[in-house]
Write a protein that binds this ligand. Structure first.
Ligand SMILES: *Cc1c(COP(=O)(O)O)cnc(C)c1O
Length: 378
């Protein structure tokens, strides 16, 4: 990717201003590595923000999910249910631990996990006498999933829920933060997410022992001896004190970023409101998305494909992206069991993500809208 000034990127980082202050703090204290005041501060501040008792700051969201699965004791022979409509990092950690993914389709009112398909899958596994060890539910583009129905089902079948809130930091369902509903939740601070640590992630859990275990596994699972005695395979997954400093600065502007993302979405809606072929990702009553990316689908039968629009935008120096290709369509997940009615296939075929940076100007958004408008002129 070039760093052309005129190019409009999908979701570039947006510093708040205080990040350098926290980085300087790390330098002043000479805590440059994976421990220090910024890591502690970031964990506390993040946990407080999302209303959880504790958090573990980690090197990525993917690492956070890997550790959550390990902390739950998931191993080869186990099955884990996962939203099919997602980024591959939601399901790959199932494979890291040698378990078997079972993919569940979306429903139209949120584009996220379908409670109906979930129920079919749970009932099927109950009949077969072996329930999954966990469900990974993904809140895509910041939109909360239908948590009441999902939690009721998982409670009924006694299946722990892990929330992939990588894209949904600050989104809420009936006023409660995403990531705080399941036994564990995780966030990503990759460069394109709503806030960034340049690269990083965090795990949150209600059970303190689970977070402690994740931190232990993230630091090579050292036994409490001076001579590096080991009984368990560990990882090097902790976040550096420098990166955590960026995160602390970013957390201070998270609320502002959510408002800006929502404004970007509202502007697109206004700019394109007369084009009835464009259908925005819905936001049901009681659901509040951080609108990480502004996404729409094109009505069936209009003859316009998202790819045509993407290429036209690109020729105008504007980046856009198709929606995530569902995992059950991926060669990597061929042969996995899948439950659903191909709602996510249809979303993938008809959907597009527009540039959603929090520094976009209204003029730039108008530039984007003008390119799209050309396709729908009568
Ligand atoms: C970004 C993302 C992840 C992975 O986060 P990393 O920090 O990049 O490892 C997982 N799930 C979803 C839905 C994501 O968008």
């Amino acid at each position: 990717m070039s760093t052309n000034q005129d190019f409009i990127y999908l979701s570039p980082p947006h510093m708040g201003g205080r990040e350098q202050h926290y980085i300087q703090l790390a330098f002043d204290q000479n805590w440059i590595t994976t421990a220090g005041a910024n890591v502690d501060g970031f964990e506390k501040e993040l946990a407080t923000y999302v209303g959880m008792p504790q958090a573990a700051a980690l090197s990525s969201g993917t690492a956070a999910l890997h550790l959550a699965l390990l902390a739950l004791g998931i191993s080869p022979g186990d099955e884990v249910f996962c939203s099919s409509f997602t980024f591959v990092a939601s399901s790959n950690p199932i494979r890291y631990v040698g378990a078997t993914p079972v993919l569940i389709d979306s429903e139209p009112s949120t584009w996220n996990l379908s409670p109906k398909a979930l129920e079919q899958a749970l009932e099927d596994r109950k009949q077969k006498g072996k329930l999954p060890k966990a469900l990974i539910v993904v809140h895509l583009y910041g939109m909360p999933s239908r948590m009441q129905e999902i939690l009721e089902l998982c409670q009924h079948y006694a299946v722990p829920v892990i929330e992939d809130a990588a894209e949904a930091l600050g989104s809420t369902y009936n006023g409660q933060q995403m990531g705080s509903f399941g036994v564990a939740g995780f966030y990503s601070f990759n460069g394109n997410k709503i806030i960034t640590t340049s690269g990083g992630g965090a795990l949150v859990a209600h059970d303190q022992a689970m977070v402690e275990k994740a931190k232990w596994l993230a630091t090579q699972a050292k036994e409490p001896t001076p001579h590096y005695h080991h009984t368990t395979i560990g990882y090097n997954y902790r976040l550096s004190n420098i990166c955590a400093g960026i995160g602390r600065g970013q957390l201070e502007v998270l609320e502002e970023r959510i408002q800006q993302k929502r404004q970007v979405f509202a502007n697109y809606q206004t700019l394109l409101q007369d084009i009835e072929e464009i259908q925005w990702q819905p936001e049901p009553e009681g659901f509040t998305s951080n609108r990480w990316l502004s996404c729409f689908t094109i009505k069936k039968g209009s003859g316009i494909t998202p790819e045509k629009i993407r290429l036209a935008l690109l020729s105008e120096q504007i980046e856009s992206r198709p929606l995530w290709q569902p995992m059950h369509q991926q060669p990597l997940y061929q042969g996995c069991d899948y439950f659903g009615e191909n709602v996510s296939d249809d979303l993938f075929a008809r959907g597009l993500c527009l540039p959603s940076g929090t520094q976009l100007t209204f003029q730039q958004q108008n530039r984007v809208a003008e390119v799209i408008r050309r396709f729908f002129r009568k």
